[in-house]
Design a protein. Structure first.
Length: 163
């Protein structure tokens, strides 16, 4: 039974991911992206990763997709829109890319300093252990990525702003 469920979910995931790319209407594309995220969540449940499945639903399928729909409707993509490649947008792109590179380098540096598997008495996979690692060992990359998301949202508002 699980094999049939896996194959059905895999087919549905691939179909909806292809429809995300091929859809001409951006709202339809976002709706297929939401379906893709729900199918991936079902895959996580089949892999017995319930925490990752719930985080995927909460963060991606709800919050990020609502933000995407809001930005698409805010930009009014039905009219002809020309984006000028101004110097300020290029600088903002370089700053955002640099911050992403900084997060990646910091993550790799922390990963090189610590062993991959740590011996502990605590059970693996608990949310409290994840929080301790995330807000202890990986605090700087976590905070840098939040600044990166803030700059991305600011860039979306600036792109949608009318002169």
């Amino acid at each position: 039974m699980i094999n049939y469920t896996f194959y059905l979910l895999s087919f549905l995931t691939l179909y909806s991911a292809i429809r995300v790319i091929l859809a001409r209407n951006p709202v339809i594309s976002v709706l297929f992206l939401i379906l893709t995220f729900f199918c991936l969540t079902a895959h996580y449940i089949l892999l017995n990763a319930q925490f990752v499945a719930m985080v995927n639903i909460i963060v991606y399928a709800s919050a990020i997709m609502v933000l995407f729909l809001f930005v698409i409707m805010f930009l009014n993509l039905n009219s002809e829109v020309e984006f000028s490649k101004s110097k300020g947008l290029r600088i903002a792109g370089f700053v955002s890319g640099g911050m992403l590179l900084l997060v990646l380098v910091a993550s790799i540096k922390v990963l090189d300093q610590s062993p991959l598997i740590q011996q502990s008495n605590l059970p693996i996979g608990l949310v409290s252990n994840l929080g301790k690692v995330l807000f202890g060992q990986f605090l700087f990359p976590f905070e840098a990525s939040s600044i990166l998301f803030l700059s991305a949202m600011t860039g979306a508002v600036l792109l949608a702003k009318k002169d």
